[in-house]
Design a protein around this ligand. Structure first.
Ligand SMILES: [Fe+2]
Ligand SMILES: [Fe+2]
Length: 167
């Protein structure tokens, strides 16, 4: 059984994860327009993963007998200064989401809600991976910028990422 505060916060996270998906889809569109089809493909995979995150929260609220209420999704930015700026924004966004998950963990503790606390553990671990992945991509992009062929090689490697439904 979810408290009203917990339910509202979990619904807020459904919105945040859906916005993440929308943001990454917008980044995919930008990268595509810049001719970086591999990076665009990587970002589309990222967008799909975020929708899976949203659905995990959706299912959990329902399983707990709560009520899912969907709010408007904010419009994401559509332009960035460079591909590098996109991946810097990914890392910054993931750090922000890590903070949101941390706030949910704290609220679950305050509400003495062990079920939600246990559910959130997956997301705590996932955010460690998300930040590591974003930082790793950014580092590879920075290295690739040092050689003339670097960016196209980087783009080709980025295009190899495949979608795997998170367990
Ligand atoms: Fe997420
Ligand atoms: Fe994420």
């Amino acid at each position: 059984m979810l408290s009203d505060r917990m339910q509202e916060a979990l619904n807020g996270q459904i919105n945040a994860e859906t916005y993440s998906s929308y943001l990454y889809l917008s980044m995919a569109a930008y990268l595509h327009s810049e001719g970086l089809s591999g990076c665009a493909s990587w970002m589309r995979v990222q967008a799909r993963e975020e929708l899976v995150h949203a659905m995990k929260f959706f299912d959990f609220v329902n399983e707990q007998g709560g009520r899912v209420l969907l709010a408007a999704i904010e419009q994401p930015p559509s332009d960035w200064d460079s591909p590098r700026a996109v991946f810097e924004a990914v890392l910054a966004h993931e750090k922000k989401v890590t903070g949101l998950i941390g706030d949910l963990v704290e609220l679950a503790r305050q509400e003495d809600d062990q079920a939600t606390g246990a559910f959130l553990e997956w997301f705590v671990a996932e955010q460690v991976e998300e930040e590591e992945s974003a930082a790793g991509v950014l580092q590879k992009l920075q290295v690739s910028e040092r050689s003339p062929e670097g960016l196209s090689e980087f783009d080709a490697r980025m295009g190899q990422r495949e979608f795997h439904a998170p367990s």
